[in-house]
Design a protein around this ligand. Structure first.
Ligand code: MCN
Ligand code: CUN
Length: 796
């Protein structure tokens, strides 16, 4: 008789285990970078540029040096003597650490003061005298390529204009032929505005250089500690084994903590120069105006359609505004990230995408804020185009999508831009969503309400997203191939520690990695501790972003557990005195095939690994696995929103929101739901209220949390989540796909589509996000098409 353990009871796959990390988070006993105090620690503050574009004529720091308690003032000139005034970016560009020649965006780092406390440092910053000569400012792609535009990156030898790249993918000729045969062509111009991840904890670091050991330890808010170690070794030319990067608890990452920021570099250099620990903690406005913006992409989209609704071809041109430095942290060889994941879920025979990236006098943009590298923009454009096309054809929104979906039996499917999607049940997800929202009923109500002057709307959005960067053939960061790792040490009493090369920022890795070990070995999840984020102890890995942890590091956890199980089987055979071939496995236990009640538990095997191993066997029960995924994982989701718009005020309320997510096997259903709710909340905020842009002088408008609103429980609508569609990932060891970003990626279009559906019949074609009430009202009342970022384009 089977004596297998009950997997849910021991906290294995599918158990909604409470998050173990929350015990410290909700008690306020987490250990964040700013909680760490080292003996003799000094504090660093950054002086930022008030101007968006100006030549630096002089910097005089003499008054700052005289303040008691000031230990060091760093300027670009001093950084230059160490070859550190500029640093390489992850996109093969360069970025100023501290400005030398010019400032190129408002908020750019110009100098740093290191002092006994942060207040002295801040006061001293204000005493640094800088003479600027203002230059003309560029705040959008149109201005960037206009005749006579000033060249922002005149520091680069061959950069004679503001264009970073011109990139194309797909089949231009074939697309042209398909457009020539179309019954209808549907066009749309859109802007996905800048948005900011705005994690609760800002960026920060404590660099601690110890001359007597030559060791540099840096505590920092990074999503990818090993990459930082490599960067410090290569850029600062320090020996890699003498660098230890530790990411303590992180108060939200959301992509904001992937890039390397000047503050990190300056604190490291300051610590080396002063031989004391130097702490830098970014303040809120510094974080909001200068670090890791996302999006800011314009689209010109066209769809060639047959009159029965079949999509014949898609043409897209995107203009991306990258700000002053091209510092996207994206590990693909593609210039505009994975923008060409657009239309992956639809059977589009041929497509062509051109993408141009330009510099502007704005903070560096292009961080992947809860999306795998431009996928958010891709899915938003796709789903807005789908809605416009259905409307142009006079077709039902749901029907139009269904008839163009890639069918279940067509996987693996080659997308029009060359990706290979792995699996999915798209139509089924749509059906579940439509049923949940009461689609036909709502359409009737909508008609009826319209008769009485009330505007109801329903928006559909779908998304599929390439999650899990690598594989190593196509993805690398500055030449380092993308893969990930896990190390598992099973102690003699059967308790274990697992470490990975990922680094969670709140996603629950400490809970879910233990569940994978549980599933593979039958060790109760509570007996497995998870540790991430210390380069001296964790195996080499590429960190956490692009929802790659489950697809890659999670897979490595499964694979290392299997290595451990293989060794345990040999130990079991030895304990049971039979040959290995006669040993069977069931959860938590090996037994003799011919005598099933004679068996040994995994814990007994663990003890034997240290006390009773067979002759010739290496002692211990530990191993490491590196996992190079064969493909990306492709989760799918359908989001449906219903709204009511008040035509008098432009205010819109969400009536209902239904989410159907298929991320394959769910390790922890509760955590997955938490991820989806978080993502939908962010999607709602971006669509409804978050407004951050730049005026003609390059001043950041909305650079505070009075204007850039963070959604609270008060304004966030309720979400109805559905989990009944499960398509296991065919190439992942436990069938899981990533989930961390899906809702933030697919969500925005559902809200916008719903509002525009409500306005159908008023002649309004488009309103770009955020759909603030005044913009909605303006569209209804006289504009019909509200596009672009408001202050810049208000006169067009
Ligand atoms: N999970 C699961 N079953 C699956 C898929 C995932 O149980 N089939 C669990 C995982 O084990 C993990 C969580 O869900 O605990 C998210 O897993 P995954 O989709 O692999 O994403 P990552 O762990 O790689 O997280 C990155 C992703 C990104 S890129 C952003 S941005 C984002 C997000 O996660 N930032 C977050 N969610 C966040 N959530 C919090 N609280 N804080 C952030 O900064
Ligand atoms: Cu895509 S933002 Mo997350 O990758 O850290």
């Amino acid at each position: 008789m089977s004596q297998a353990l009950d997997e849910i009871k021991i906290g294995g796959l599918g158990a909604s285990r409470k998050r173990v990390e929350d015990s410290r988070f909700i008690r306020g006993t987490g250990n964040y970078t700013d909680d760490i105090t080292l003996p003799g620690m000094l504090h660093m503050e950054i002086l930022r540029s008030p101007l968006a574009h100006a030549r630096i004529k002089s910097i005089d720091a003499s008054r700052a040096w005289q303040i008691p308690g000031v230990h060091l003032v760093l300027t670009g000139e001093m950084m230059a003597t160490r070859n550190l005034a500029w640093m390489p970016t992850l996109s093969y560009d360069t970025q100023a650490v501290l400005a030398t020649d010019k400032v190129r965006f408002q908020g750019q780092e110009v100098a740093c003061v290191i002092a006994d406390d942060p207040y002295i440092a801040k006061d001293a910053c204000e005493l640094i005298d800088i003479e600027y000569e203002p230059l003309p400012v560029i705040v959008n792609p149109e201005q960037a390529v206009a005749d006579g535009a000033p060249v922002i990156r005149d520091d680069k030898e061959n950069q004679l204009d503001n264009v970073i790249y011109d990139w194309a993918v797909g089949d231009a000729e074939g697309t042209g032929r398909a457009f020539a045969q179309a019954d209808k062509i549907s066009k749309l111009r859109l802007h996905y505005p800048r948005s900011h991840p705005s994690p609760i904890e800002c960026c920060g670091s404590i660099a601690d250089y110890n001359r007597s050991t030559s060791k540099l330890t840096v505590y920092m808010t990074t999503q990818a500690p090993h990459i930082i170690r490599a960067a410090v070794a290569l850029v600062a030319e320090l020996p890699e084994h003498m660098i230890r990067i530790i990411s303590p608890d992180i108060g939200g990452g959301f992509g904001n903590k992937v890039p390397v920021y000047p503050g990190y570099v300056c604190s490291i250099l300051a610590s080396i120069l002063l031989e004391r620990p130097v702490k830098w903690i970014e303040d809120k406005s510094g974080n909001l105006i200068s670090t890791g913006f996302a999006r800011d992409v314009y689209l010109d989209g066209e769809m060639a359609l047959r009159s029965d609704g079949k999509i014949l071809a898609v043409r897209m041109h995107t203009d991306a505004d990258h700000g002053a430095f091209f510092s996207d942290a994206q590990p693909s060889k593609f210039k505009i990230g994975l923008m060409h994941s657009a239309f992956a879920a639809y059977d589009v025979p041929v497509a062509h995408l051109t993408a141009r990236g330009t510099y502007s006098n704005k903070a560096p943009g292009g961080v992947a804020y809860r999306c795998s590298f431009r996928v958010t923009e891709a899915m938003f454009f796709q789903e807005r185009m789908m809605q416009a096309a259905a409307d142009d054809l006079g077709m039902d929104q749901a029907e139009f999508r269904r008839m163009n979906f890639v069918p279940d039996e067509a996987f693996p499917h080659r997308t029009p831009f060359g990706f290979l999607t792995d699996s999915g049940q798209y139509a089924r997800c749509l059906d579940v969503g439509l049923k949940a929202v009461g689609y036909q009923d709502f359409r009737r109500q909508q008609e009826e309400a319209r008769g009485r002057g009330r505007l109801l709307g329903l928006g559909i959005s779908t998304m599929t997203e390439p999650l899990g960067a690598g594989n190593s053939r196509e993805y690398d960061i500055l030449g380092i191939k993308m893969f990930d790792s896990a190390e598992l040490k099973v102690h003699m009493t059967g308790k274990a520690i697992v470490r990975t090369g990922a680094r969670g920022q709140g996603q629950g890795h400490e809970t879910t990695w233990a569940q994978i070990v549980s599933h593979e070995l039958g060790i109760p999840a509570e007996d497995v501790v998870v540790e991430e984020g210390d380069t001296d102890t964790a195996p080499f890995g590429m960190g956490t972003y692009a929802s790659r942890s489950t697809p890659v590091a999670g897979a490595a956890v499964a694979m290392v557990s299997r290595k451990i199980r293989a060794k345990a089987r040999r130990l079991a055979a030895h304990l049971l005195e039979v040959s290995e071939e006669d040993v069977e496995w069931e959860l938590g236990r090996f037994y003799i095939r011919s005598a099933p009640d004679r068996g040994v538990t995994i814990q007994e095997c663990a003890m034997a690994a240290y006390s009773n191993m067979p002759d010739g066997m290496e002692p211990g029960l530990e191993n490491t696995a590196y996992y190079d995924p064969p493909n990306l994982t492709w989760p799918f989701a359908v989001y449906i929103v219903t709204v009511e718009v008040d035509p008098q005020t432009g205010v819109w309320d969400v009536l209902n929101m239904v989410a159907v997510d298929d991320c394959g096997i769910r390790i922890n259903p509760m955590i997955v739901e938490g991820q989806i709710m978080g993502g939908l909340t962010e999607a709602y905020a971006v669509a409804n209220m978050q407004f951050i842009t730049f005026d003609a002088e390059g001043n950041c408008v909305g650079s505070n949390y009075m204007d850039y609103l963070l959604p609270t429980a008060w304004e966030t609508p309720g979400f109805e989540l559905h989990s009944e569609v499960v398509t296991p990932c065919p190439h992942h060891p436990i069938g899981a796909k990533g989930i961390g970003e899906c809702a933030a990626v697919g969500g925005p279009a559902a809200f916008v589509n719903a509002v525009l559906d409500a306005l159908k019949g008023t002649g309004v074609r488009n309103i770009d996000m955020p759909l603030l009430p005044d913009r909605v009202w303006e569209a209804i009342t006289y504009r019909r098409d509200i596009s672009g970022a408001p202050p810049v384009r208000a006169d067009d």
